[in-house]
Design a protein around this ligand. Structure first.
Ligand code: SF4
Length: 270
């Protein structure tokens, strides 16, 4: 008999749970939403283009960089891709120029270096019994991530785009551990195959000079499940879910009207 989970957590939302749990509960429990800007829409469109290209490589479907560029432009201009045009510092022509430059570079110079075996894979939900009748269900598609295979076995390669996704020539990995760790757990649970290679972030910088760079990320799974001596993040999260207390973090870099839908009513920030 399957047990209904107390709470469902998407892999992609772990990082935000530990950034400001109060904001996380606003979005994932209370269903609040904030309007995104053109930069977020640009990221979504770039990811759509890279995913079509990489899936095309996997399927040997003859998808070219030009085809991927077409998908990017369609997605950016898609009326369903809702955003507030006045919310960011770029215009639509800027967004197209930046996105096409990064996407072309990705398709021609970056993607061919990898042997991807899955793109944005669907995973089987994983239930974690936290005690006290609380079941946390980890779920989700591996949004924006790939599984790559090398002589070291399989590992996660996650594509991150953003204004500061690359700094000093390397991809920024800070803060991505919980999401990657959740992907590793879900991959192993779904396939029965162990992740043996180190995870990698492929960063696409969308501000200033277009840059793509990578960096590795170790021990992400351990961050989630802990060790004999130290608890993992799942245990901390379980305490929050059990108590229903989601702590505010007004020092979060994302504590602003732009990024937090609770900002107008939250009295913890300045
Ligand atoms: S306004 Fe700041 S402290 Fe309050 S919920 Fe949002 S991010 Fe957290």
């Amino acid at each position: 008999m399957s047990v209904e989970p107390s709470i469902i957590v998407r892999a992609s939302s772990w990082a935000s749970l530990f950034d400001c749990a109060y904001k996380w509960s606003a979005i994932h429990i209370d269903g609040m939403r904030n309007v995104v800007g053109l930069r977020a829409a640009l990221g979504t469109a770039i990811h759509a283009g890279t995913a079509v290209f990489d899936q095309g490589r996997l399927d040997v479907a003859g998808i070219s960089a030009d085809d991927a560029a077409g998908v990017f432009v369609d997605k950016l201009r898609d009326p369903e891709n809702e955003f507030d045009p006045g919310r960011d510092d770029i215009t639509m022509p800027d967004a197209e120029r930046i996105g096409l430059s990064l996407l072309t570079k990705y398709c021609l110079e970056v993607s061919p270096n990898y042997n991807f075996v899955a793109v944005e894979m669907e995973t089987k939900p994983l239930d974690i019994d936290c005690g006290g009748g609380v079941i946390v269900r980890l779920t989700g598609t591996m949004d924006r991530a790939r599984i790559r295979k090398s002589s070291c076995g399989v590992g996660i390669a996650d594509i991150k785009s953003g204004s500061a996704a690359v700094q000093k020539g390397v991809a920024v990995t800070k803060g991505h551990g919980p999401q990657i760790g959740t992907y590793e757990l879900l991959y192993e649970h779904t396939t029965g195959e162990e992740i043996t290679d180190i995870a990698e972030i492929i960063g696409l910088k969308t501000k200033g000079t277009s840059e793509i760079a990578t960096a590795t990320l170790a021990n992400s799974k351990r961050v989630m499940i802990g060790t004999e001596d130290q608890p993992g993040l799942i245990e901390f999260a379980a305490e929050m879910f059990k108590s229903g207390r989601f702590y505010p973090n007004p020092k979060s870099l994302l504590c602003s009207e732009k990024y937090c839908p609770r900002f107008a009513t939250c009295h913890f920030h300045d």
